[in-house]
Design a protein around this ligand. Structure first.
Ligand code: TYM
Length: 338
């Protein structure tokens, strides 16, 4: 295997607000990987992915800027990480076309996200939604990224990314694309709905009470946690006691991730507590950690020109890495003029 520069890539869709799930499952960990200094870090607002389902143009523009503000407010520093929106680096779409020709229809058909999002009416879904994972593989591999931090729901897409890299390398007899490692770690790789512990917390859930949005103010955050669905039992003192208690497990995991500890440590402190005591403690912690992000996001959103400047600068930096990788790919494939 060739030696690759340790490089992190990850992306978030600008398709509506950011949730606590995005923050704990992705963004907060992006910041840690940036600050560890072991990797080059590249973070992307994946607007081309967002339009695989209908997006109102003005709303997409706003959501992209708001997502950029969210990244910065959460601790991504544009002088340490490359921060940009996907459509501005054409190499993503160009490599995606090559990968559309490497990936197989059967691979795409097996993707659970495709099945969930296309639903029963798959004939009416966009072609882009079907090809979504090949674009995702291109996002990652156009940077020869070695590590990709994501939440649990993206695991299957990352396996497919590896399959595409392996097939490309085999088909062309090269050792060119890395087999990227997913980084799915910590207490909150799958944050669940506050209303139903068997469903993922999601920006598309019709109930706003099911999620915490990064734009929620302190009172709203506290109210959503107070009203979160729970069972009547006290918290156990061991994690085994959370089996069959998905709502309790979810709140313990959220507490652990926000306070950068483990569920075991949370239960060592709070085992035996009733939810009437644990929920206010969690609400205080959540407000403490999240309200400053929301305030900073609003401040940054007052200067959209500055956000656009940061994104343009990030896109220029991203192109410097992506362009030579695409050129080499074209050469390998046999494109004249590459
Ligand atoms: P997206 O925009 O749905 O979500 C962005 C990130 O947030 C994580 N996440 C969660 N983590 C824990 N609990 C939750 N409830 C939760 N909800 C969302 C997701 O796992 C993800 O890490 N296909 C991707 C975007 C993408 C991408 C990429 C990611 C495009 N290209 C390349 C990595 C590498 C997506 O739709 O994420």
């Amino acid at each position: 295997m060739a030696a690759f520069t340790p490089r992190v890539f990850s992306g978030i869709q600008p398709s509506g607000g950011l949730t606590l799930g995005n923050y704990l499952g992705a963004m907060k960990r992006f910041v840690t990987m940036q600050d560890e200094g072991k990797f080059e870090t590249v973070y992307c607002m994946v607007d081309l992915h967002a339009i695989t389902v209908w997006q109102d143009p003005a709303a997409l523009t706003r959501a992209t800027r708001e997502l950029c503000a969210g990244f910065i407010a959460a601790g991504i520093d544009p002088s340490k990480s490359i921060l940009f929106n996907q459509s501005q680096v054409a190499e993503h779409a160009q490599l995606a076309w090559i990968f559309n020709c490497v990936a197989r229809m059967g691979w795409m058909q097996r993707m659970t996200q495709w099945k969930d999002k296309a639903g029963k009416n798959s004939q009416n879904a966009s072609l882009g939604l079907f090809a979504y994972p090949a674009l995702m593989a291109a996002d990652i591999l156009v940077y020869h990224a070695t590590h990709v931090p994501v939440g649990e729901d993206q695991k299957q897409h990352l396996e497919l990314t590896r399959d595409i890299a392996i097939k490309f390398n085999n088909d062309f007899g090269v050792d060119f694309f890395p087999e990227t490692e997913p980084v799915i770690e910590g207490a909150a790789t799958r944050v669940m709905s506050l209303r139903d512990g068997s469903k993922k917390m999601s920006k598309s859930d019709p109930s706003d009470m099911s999620r915490i949005n990064l734009t929620d103010d302190a009172d709203t955050i506290a109210q959503k946690i107070r009203k979160a669905r729970t069972d009547p039992e006290a918290l156990p003192s061991e994690v085994d006691g959370l089996d069959e208690r998905p709502e309790a497990r979810n709140l313990v995991n959220i507490y652990a991730a926000l306070s950068e500890t483990t569920p075991e440590a949370v239960l060592a402190d709070h085992g035996g507590s009733q939810f009437s005591a644990f929920k206010p403690a969690l609400a205080d912690l959540a407000v403490d950690k999240l309200a400053p992000i929301s305030t900073e996001m609003s401040r940054l959103m007052e200067d959209p020109a500055e956000i656009d400047r940061i994104l343009a600068q990030g896109a220029a930096q991203a192109r410097e890495i992506a362009a030579p990788v695409l050129k080499k790919t074209y050469e390998i494939v046999g494109m004249v003029g590459a």
